[in-house]
Design a protein around this ligand. Structure first.
Ligand code: BEZ
Length: 244
């Protein structure tokens, strides 16, 4: 299920160019999920489907062929309004839950979607994530008398564990860790792909100026290695099991 946030318009080609690393970094998460043949798994916020296809491939050669022939079963909807009822063996989510600011509604919907004993395995931005980009954008907006919109959910491990437990999950694993991330198209490419939801209403000329200024500031705040800008990503990774 692709994530469908109202103020973010995803373009597949730009996403592939500027954010291919999203699926690449998420691949180890599939080991934590340990998908089994015949399991029914919901990929919540599946992006362009690259990881979803890998999960499908963990079935059998026959299932893979069948999945390929049919294409992935993807539906577009709001992850904060899931309407599944005890249908899934597991719910998986990589780099998507921070876009869904009503985290309580997401976790309640996932709990309802899972069979008893079902797993919820995920990774997303945690406390401190992309602090340099947020500072750079806030500064560029503030200089024009504008205020950034609050659009992302980056919780601590303690807060997210408490939320999961409140909804009937046990949490065998949850950890917050920095994941410095080289950006293939620098700060400007990242901002162009992801900054939109933080921006208040403004003219396109103003938008271009804000993004250029924020990109220049972010380049001064972030480290560089081998000519690449390294973004200050912080991940929150967890495995939770629904008790029923
Ligand atoms: C993230 O993956 O942490 C992220 C990506 C885009 C915007 C905000 C956070």
């Amino acid at each position: 299920m692709p994530n469908n946030t109202p103020s973010q318009h995803w373009q597949a080609d730009a996403y592939a160019r500027n954010a291919r690393f999203v699926a690449d970094y998420g691949t180890p998460l599939i080991d934590l999920l340990a998908p089994q043949p015949h399991e029914r798994i919901l990929d919540l916020g599946c992006g362009d489907g690259v990881l979803t296809q890998k999960i499908a491939a963990a079935g059998s050669a026959e299932l893979v062929a069948a999945a390929r022939a049919l294409g992935l079963n993807a539906v577009q909807g709001d992850g904060q309004k899931l309407a599944f009822n005890r249908e899934f063996d597991a719910v998986f989510s990589n780099a998507a839950l921070h876009w869904m600011t009503d985290a309580e509604a997401v976790v309640a919907g996932v709990a309802q979607a899972l069979k008893p004993g079902g797993r919820f395995v995920g990774e997303f931005g945690g406390s401190g994530n992309i602090a340099a980009f947020q500072t750079a954008l806030r500064q560029a907006l503030h200089a024009r008398g504008l205020q950034a919109r609050e659009c992302w959910y980056f919780p601590t491990a303690e807060a997210y564990r408490a939320l999961l437990e409140q909804h009937g999950f046990s949490v065998p694993h949850i950890a917050l860790f920095p994941r410095p991330t080289p950006l293939p198209t620098g700060a400007a490419g990242w901002l162009d792909t992801f900054a939109e939801p933080m921006l208040p209403a403004m003219s396109s000329t103003e938008r271009t100026a804000v993004l250029a200024e924020a990109a220049a500031t972010a380049e001064t705040l972030l480290p560089h290695e081998n000519g690449q800008t390294i973004a200050d990503y912080v991940r929150l990774r967890f495995v939770a099991v629904y008790g029923g």
